[in-house]
Design a protein. Sequence first.
Length: 239
Amino acid sequence: MNKVVVLQSNYVPWKGYFDLINDADLFVFYDDLQYTKNDWRNRNKIKTEQGLQWLTIPVGTGSERLICDVQLLDPRWQRKHWEAIRQHYGKCRGFTQYRAFFEEVYIGRVWENLSQLNQYLIKYISHHILGVTTVFTDSRQYPIEGRKLDRLLNLVSKAGATHYISGPSARNYIEPDRFRQLGVELIWKDYSGYPEYEQKHPPFEHGVSILDLLFHVGSDAPWYIWGWRGAQSRSASKA
């Protein structure tokens, strides 16, 4: 069995993104696609006393770019993002635990490419903070052809998938019969049921960056992403 997820890299994505990663044996970053403005590639939300706040990386106005070709020309955003993170999460119990890593990312290095930054953060958080064992690779490592769904199917086949896991938003373009014809079982990810945690500045909001969960609950974060399902299953079996 080889469960595969194919997805564009996002900037410090929400917990559901990491839930998908944990479900997969192989996660393929799909960054040789058209960069889309006002999306999750270069921005995400954090929770503040004033409500939700966007952390947005300036990437210029060019429209004809692949995600992997988006350059970061002005590094001043890094300190701004770090100061916002430190201001709003500095007193949370997990902040001290992860401060050194994130401070190095934002202050100790200069990032010149969006895809490189996103992939670095996602892989580090997955392996070194959440303890995920999923293997990461990049679509540019595969000789794939076609457009849109044809290209995705070609990539899934080249990756040797027996199962393909997709987020629910892809129902707009995914054709399940095409996966069946390929001999690949299509699995739709369900993001419902995530337990709430003690989040500053209620009401509670699930749709924020993974940073919010990490800083609020520290090393308990995996339980709030996928561990709770095991506890739920055990409770159901005892009932």
